[in-house]
Ligand binder design. Structure first.
Ligand code: GLU
Length: 450
């Protein structure tokens, strides 16, 4: 983005298209990175000679497996499980598991590819990976979810470990699912290997702040972007946050703590607009504790509006934080946001903006923080959880949050300075892609041809 892909990178990209037919989300993620890194290759010709880009584009290992389980009526169900161990140049593979009916290899590969650069940006020793299943947890009983998770782990356990591959949550995988998977891992291996999964419960090796980390981190990142635009802050700003899952909830919480006002959130069925400010305790009750849909918000808050099938990006805001899923902001949505006065976009979700949308934001010169930088706080805090597990320690909330805030500040600064160094001042897409890429590429170059 912002740069055109040079001819040699075009050849690499055509090869990616040919080798990975039909995986459109994966193509999109690769393309965005290749469009950014041209200038790096002029500076580091050894990356080209060592075919580092061709190697990065190809996952180290892709595992696909059958997950049979029984529903509450006793009927047998079959799902497909995935783990893509993408790149281990910087550390054990690290990245979440997504349980959602849309999951197929192309989604897991796009997420795994993004994760490589995101994890590199954290500065911590973690490689990139991702996994999941086309299992839909929506409407399933606790027992069904447990049986599914146990079956999923019955295959996955042999591929993971605290120094090989450390899964965590993503869409459809939270504390409940991690707990069931950890229990099954422990039973199958007869080992209490706490660092094999992150996002664990606080009573068995989880880290304080991990639950809040993605949303808090994304908000810290936007705070830094606002500061870089000239001492601006969240104070008094009208914000919209799409989604109402873990990332959205803790984004809303931190925005409010920093003096902003969130007037809309959503789920895949519709949008809640509450001009008085979204009642976060109510959203937590509905979504975290009762696992209900967001439309029920208006049962409790009569003044709020529910727009069934509505588009949250039509709600005017100064700061937009897409925190639902990929490609949720298209070119038209982006144009509307800019027209309505939006000055900053921070992506809590992975790749929520289409290439057309990104172009609109960059052309308008608003502060646009791409997911691999803005939402890196989640996985960074997972790495802090791994540190605590490795030393059998647990840190306080205050200390862990301070670590997270510093990491986000450093990521922002790194993206800002890298963009400037490579001639794209203020372009966080270029900054994030280049800074992440250089760290991984240097490590790969040191490891020889592996
Ligand atoms: N799924 C999250 C992400 O997209 C977190 C991954 C992790 O904590 O390992 O970065």
């Amino acid at each position: 983005m912002a740069n055109k892909m040079d001819e040699k990178l075009q050849v690499v990209y055509q090869d990616v298209l040919k080798r990975n037919p039909g995986e459109v989300e994966f193509h999109q993620a690769v393309r965005e990175v290749l469009e950014s890194i041209g200038p790096v290759l002029s500076k580091y010709p050894e990356f080209r000679e060592g075919k580092i880009i061709e190697r990065i584009a190809e996952p180290e290992r892709q595992i696909i497996f059958r997950v049979p389980w029984q529903d509450d009526r006793g009927e047998v169900q079959i799902n497909r499980g995935f783990r893509v161990q993408y790149n281990s140049a910087l550390g054990p593979y690290k990245g979440g598991l997504r349980f959602h009916p849309s999951v197929y290899l192309g989604i897991v590969k796009f997420l795994g590819f993004e994760q490589i650069f995101k994890n590199a940006l954290t500065g911590l020793p973690i490689g990139g990976g991702k996994g999941g299943s086309d299992f839909d947890p929506k409407g399933k009983s606790d027992n069904e979810v447990m049986r599914f998770c146990q079956s999923f782990m019955t295959e996955l356990w042999r591929h993971i470990g605290d120094v090989t591959d450390v899964p965590a949550g993503d869409i459809g995988v939270g504390g409940r699912e991690i707990g069931y998977m950890f229990g099954q891992f422990k039973r199958l291996t007869a080992r209490y290997e706490a660092g094999v999964l992150t996002g664990k419960g606080l009573d068995y090796g989880g880290s304080l702040v991990r639950t809040e980390a993605t949303g808090y981190g994304a908000t810290f990142f936007v705070q830094e972007m606002l500061k870089a635009r000239g001492a601006d802050t969240f104070e008094g700003k009208t914000c919209t946050v799409s989604g109402s899952g873990n990332v959205a909830i803790y984004t809303i919480e931190k925005i409010v703590q920093l003096g902003g006002k969130v007037v809309a959130c959503s789920d895949s069925n519709g949008v809640i607009v509450d001009e008085k400010g979204i009642d976060l305790e109510l959203v937590k009750q509905l979504k975290e504790r009762e696992r209900r849909r967001i439309k029920d918000y208006v049962e409790y808050r009569k003044h709020a509006k529910y727009l069934h099938g509505g588009n949250i990006w039509e709600v005017p805001c100064q700061v937009a934080m897409p925190s639902a899923t990929q490609n949720e902001i298209n070119g038209k949505d982006a144009a509307l946001l800019v027209k309505n006065g939006c000055i900053a976009v921070g992506e809590g979700a992975n790749m929520p903006t289409t290439p057309e949308g990104i172009k609109v934001f960059l052309d308008a010169k608003i502060a646009y923080g791409p997911g691999k930088a803005a939402n890196a706080g989640g996985v960074a805090t997972s790495a802090l959880e791994m540190q605590q597990n490795a030393t059998r320690d647990s840190w306080t909330f205050e200390y862990t949050e301070k670590r997270l805030a510093n990491i986000m500040k450093t990521i922002h600064q790194n993206c800002w300075e890298t963009a400037e160094e490579f001639g794209s001042k203020g372009n966080y897409v270029v900054g994030a892609n280049i800074a992440g890429f250089i760290r991984v590429a240097k490590a790969m170059a040191s490891h020889g041809l592996v």
